[in-house]
Write a protein that binds this ligand. Sequence first.
Ligand code: FES
Length: 131
Amino acid sequence: MVDGTVASDTSGHERWLDVGDVVAVTKRRKFVVADGEATIVIVAHDGGVFAMDNICIHRQRELVKGVVLRDRLVCPGHQWAFELGTGWEAVKEECQPTYAVRVTDTGRVEVDLASRTTSRSVAAVAERDET
Ligand code: FES
């Protein structure tokens, strides 16, 4: 587990948590970071880095113990498969909360703690899939 440094933007709407150097994050592939009450699984996959709540919305198993399969993080509990970018679980039509991730000019990976998705984003994903 990593406890990173948090930086807020001047508007206070973003809270970027530094989770490590992009090379190191890519090598680790899947790990947990914590900030206060949030525990977030970081996944480096296919050239991208993704972040979602580590505790599964179904029965609270740890997603970090799951596997990545077809761009989805599969929970070890009951195999719900969450899209890495959106957290969408297509069979159950539910969403695991996700976070925005960026790589800075200096090669640091940061997660915006303030960007945690809500039920509104669930509706957006469902609407996207209908079109
Ligand atoms: S605990 Fe994750 S799918 Fe059941």
